[in-house]
Ligand binder design. Structure first.
Ligand SMILES: [Fe+2]
Length: 317
């Protein structure tokens, strides 16, 4: 049981205000493809074989709904569930067969110490082939969570899910469950929420083609195009989706193994041209992107929607 671990990031689930508006954006501008739908929930694939990497749930409040991970086999799913129980985690469901529209498989749900729902599954269906278009995202590469208590969050991911520490740049901790330098990172913040989700592009040309498609769709780059001089050293371009989520196209993320040497903030901040390996501090996030990454953009819109709904209810009474 102690050796069971999560071995990959599969996808992310967003609560969105308007399913059709978000689906249009993620199809036409972000270049994902719908694979299945169940009422107000829609599943979208990337160009890789993963059944789906993005799930959209229409709901009154936008927000992060869940992050999906893979486990190597059925035994690992059972073992991870047992470990979560033994560690007194907030286990939402016992292992069970997953719905067909989700690609099936066998999995369970558990919450992190700061409340994010994680779905951990094995044997989810894969597509028989990839989509041969390098301008489209291939997989979900990483998810960054704003965290009040990064240490508590990391302890859960290490002790229960078997993640390993990769790096700290002074204000973010990066952890991994595969060869990717990080699948999850925690940014120090006042409240838990999504910071951003990064979608991997096949290569630099593919990333530039994706950025071009977003520009043609009148979507402005909020940060980039750049290359992090910090942990992961990946190439990036950040945008904001119609709900206020920060989304990233990324490529060339460092691939690491058990010999990887971790570093702390001093090391990373002293890297040449930090924070952007190409343009130093000339490539920084726009204010509106920082606003989105903090989660405030979505929270302000949620508050506005609730205010309108309350007024409508009062008017109807
Ligand atoms: Fe990122």
């Amino acid at each position: 049981m102690a050796d069971a671990r999560v071995t990959g990031l599969r996808g992310i689930e967003f609560g969105v205000y308007d399913l059709n508006e978000s689906a249009e954006f993620y199809k036409k501008a972000w270049a994902l493809e719908e694979v299945s739908r169940n009422g107000s929930t829609l599943y979208m694939r990337a160009s890789g074989k993963e059944h789906h990497i993005l799930t959209l749930h229409e709901q009154p409040r936008a927000g992060l709904v869940a992050v999906n991970f893979s486990a190597p086999d059925r035994y690992a799913v059972d073992s991870l569930h047992a470990k979560a129980k033994a560690n007194a985690c907030d286990v939402v469901s016992a292992p069970h067969e997953l719905a067909k529209e989700m690609g099936g498989g066998y999995g369970f749900e558990v919450r992190t110490p700061e409340g994010q729902l994680l779905r951990i599954a094995n044997n989810v269906a894969q597509h028989s082939g990839v989509i041969a278009d390098n301008s489209r995202p291939t997989v979900l590469n990483h998810v960054v969570l704003n965290a009040v208590d990064s240490d508590a969050q990391m302890k859960f991911f290490f002790d229960v899910l078997g993640f390993k520490f990769s790096d700290c740049n002074g204000f973010m901790n990066f952890i991994r469950c595969s060869a990717n330098h990080h699948s999850i990172a925690f940014a120090k913040a006042n409240g838990p929420c999504l910071n951003h989700a990064a979608f991997e592009m096949h290569d630099f040309n593919g990333l530039m083609a994706g950025v071009g498609r977003m520009r043609m769709a009148d979507q402005e780059v909020g940060w980039g195009i750049g290359k992090h001089a910090g942990p992961g050293r990946n190439i990036f371009a950040y945008f904001v989706d119609p709900n206020g989520f920060t989304i990233e196209y990324t490529t060339e993320v460092d691939q690491v193994d058990d010999n990887y040497e971790s570093h702390q903030g001093e090391y990373w901040q002293s890297q040449p041209l930090s924070p952007c390996a190409w343009a130093g501090n000339k490539t920084v996030p726009k204010d509106w992107l920082r606003h989105s990454m903090s989660g405030a953009m979505i929270e302000e819109r949620n508050a506005k929607c609730e205010d309108i709904m309350a007024k409508n209810r009062a008017a109807a009474e």
